[in-house]
Write a new protein. Structure first.
Length: 202
């Protein structure tokens, strides 16, 4: 069996990206950008962090590199791992290939978290690289192809409405802390127990 897992909300607590921007640039500037980006996101497309940094730097006269670095550091300081995240990834890895599939403005957040937590996955697939966002079915289909797995060979773990797109891709979908999918579990710790029961180690 192989596994696709979400990131924000499942492995780490969600961060309000726009609130971080409001701490760096004038609120009125952020609100103008939020309106446009929200429309783009709603259409299923991502606006990468590198683009947002250039926009805000142009609007405020800030140095692009310094602004981007400060934003990344502030987001990283707010990233709090979910309980049992280490056990969760470890148990999945014992049973198959694991890929993180995330809607995120920067792949750097996922990679940095995994490195600092000492966790290994087979691949990281993020919307800032794909330029498409969950719940679009093509995102899940692409992830399956990269993982070299078919829908009936793969379990998807998610935690929010966007993750329900996995259903349309034919994936067995487990929601953690969120109703929906084929089944729901209250927390990541319960997900670890479920995985252990479902695929006991021989």
């Amino acid at each position: 069996m192989n596994f696709l897992v979400s990131f924000w909300g499942l492995l780490v607590e969600r961060v309000d990206f726009w609130e971080v921007w409001r701490g760096l640039v004038p609120h009125e500037t952020v609100e103008k950008v939020v309106h446009v980006v929200s429309q783009i996101n709603s259409a299923g497309y991502e606006v990468p962090l590198r683009v947002l940094v250039r926009i805000f730097a142009r609007e405020t006269g800030a140095d692009t590199s310094a602004l981007g670095s400060e934003y990344v550091e502030r987001v990283k300081s707010l990233m709090k791992p979910r309980r049992c995240v280490g056990d969760f990834i470890t148990q999945l890895k014992k049973r198959g290939k694991v890929a993180v599939l995330s809607n995120t403005p920067c792949r750097c957040f996922v990679k940095e978290f995994l490195t600092e937590a000492g966790l290994e996955v087979d691949m990281v697939l993020t919307s800032d690289v794909l330029l498409r966002r969950k719940p679009h079915k093509s995102v899940f289909k692409y992830a399956l192809a990269k993982l070299g797995s078919r829908p009936h060979e793969t379990v998807y773990f998610g935690d929010g409405e966007e993750d329900l797109g996995a259903l349309a891709a034919g994936l067995f979908t487990v929601m953690v802390g969120y109703d929906g999918g084929h089944m729901s579990l209250p927390s990541l710790c319960e997900a670890v127990e479920w995985v252990s029961r479902q695929w006991p180690q021989i």
